[in-house]
Design a protein around this ligand. Structure first.
Ligand SMILES: Cc1ncc(COP(=O)(O)O)c(C=O)c1O
Length: 374
């Protein structure tokens, strides 16, 4: 048995979730006749406070359908450098929507209106039209950071005042709500569209919903068909999403507590430091960091030998490999090196507090061993 901390997407459906799937009422969803899908969409819209929602296969598809429906080829998309829509979605904004990215850098994925203002282009015959502002909460690549609500409101309001369509990649909006004591609708009423995932912290095997005003969601339905994303008796999987939505939100607090536990334990290990944990993502930095405790991503991507007290310390890939091989009778730990000197761990419903303690112990032993032989 191994402890899988690569992502919150690795969870497997529980027996109760499988039972809900097995007994799901289904119909042809292209005719909008699948009662389970309809229920999922209505319930999601109710929770998010939107007029409508549409079931889609993935967060990637949900985000990109929204971007496509908001824009015309040649328009500009303003978003964070490491936003999932740009960094991890295979260039879809450019390939499918013909969008021109205008990127904003920040350490935690959030920013103030002035940063958006600096990326707005003048309206004239020379420039692309600034069309979409895309925000991400929690921010995956920035370590599960949660936007401060007031800043989110300021930037979304400013974007709308400037005539931008504001999209929220809310793949982990559930986590943002848990971490900040807010409700999904508190965030969503500031934006024009969103995509939320059931297949991450909520533990469903597949699926997301995009949401927004009725006409907009119908436009997305059209593009979903254009890209071949329509499904037939998909109530069988929507049942799992509905189960996840109704049963698994309150337990996200456990994942956040486990992430905090990993932070606390790993921070005590010589040579390792952890970005302040805000939700269920734990970023472990190996070796020296800058004055803010952060590795510079550009240098982090260049695997130069890092030295601690005269000893060469392992790279993220080396450490991840050693953890994956297992150490001293402890379970193997699966994790991802997302930069040369950074490992990402994600807590979820298939890892217990006990397993997080074991994972931290594995980090300690592997680091001690690595430094001893360096
Ligand atoms: C912030 C964010 N948005 C979107 C996605 C895409 O979700 P999917 O894997 O369902 O396409 C992810 C996936 O991890 C994510 O972290």
């Amino acid at each position: 048995m191994f402890i899988d901390l690569r992502s919150d997407t690795v969870t497997k459906p529980s027996a109760d979730m499988r039972a809900a799937m097995a007994s799901a009422e289904v119909g042809d969803d292209v005719y909008q006749e699948d009662p389970t899908v309809r229920r999922l969409q209505e319930r999601t819209a109710e929770i998010l406070g939107t007029e409508a929602a549409l079931y889609v296969v993935s967060g990637h598809q949900g985000n990109q359908l929204c971007l496509r429906a908001h824009s015309q080829p040649g328009d500009a998309l303003i978003c964070h450098t490491y936003s999932h829509v740009l960094h991890y979605e295979t260039g879809t904004p450019c390939a499918i929507s013909g969008l021109q990215p205008r990127v904003i850098d920040s350490l935690d994925g959030s920013f103030e209106p002035a940063r958006v203002a600096a990326h707005l282009l003048p309206r004239n015959i020379h420039h692309s039209r600034s069309r979409i502002l895309s925000l991400e909460n929690t921010h995956n690549r920035c370590g599960g950071a949660v936007w401060p609500m007031e800043r989110f409101e300021r930037v979304a309001t400013f974007g709308r005042e400037q005539g931008l369509k504001v999209h929220l990649d809310g793949a982990r909006l559930w986590n943002a709500c848990e971490a900040s004591g807010t409700q999904p609708a508190d965030w969503i009423h500031h934006v024009d569209s969103t995509s939320v995932c059931f297949s991450k912290g909520l533990g469903a095997p597949v699926g997301s919903c995009l949401a927004g005003p009725k006409d907009f969601v119908e436009e997305c339905r059209f593009y979903r068909k254009m890209f071949g994303g329509q499904m037939r008796q998909c109530g069988i999987i929507a049942a799992a999403a509905l189960f996840a939505l109704e049963h698994n939100r309150p337990r996200l607090a456990e994942d956040h507590a486990n992430a905090k536990l990993l932070e606390e334990r790993i921070n005590q290990i010589p040579g390792l430091s952890v970005l302040p944990v805000q939700s269920n993502i734990v970023m472990v930095d190996i070796g020296p960091t800058d004055s803010e405790g952060l590795p510079d991503y550009d240098t982090a991507l260049r695997p130069e030998a890092q030295v601690l007290d005269g000893q060469r310390i392992p790279t993220g890939a080396e450490l991840a490999r050693m953890l994956g091989e297992g150490v001293g009778g402890l379970p193997q730990v699966k994790c991802i090196a997302i930069a040369a000197q950074r490992i990402r761990l994600v807590t979820h419903l298939d890892v217990s507090c006990e397993q997080c303690l074991q994972a931290a112990e594995a980090f300690e032993r592997v680091m001690a061993g690595a430094l001893a032989i360096a």
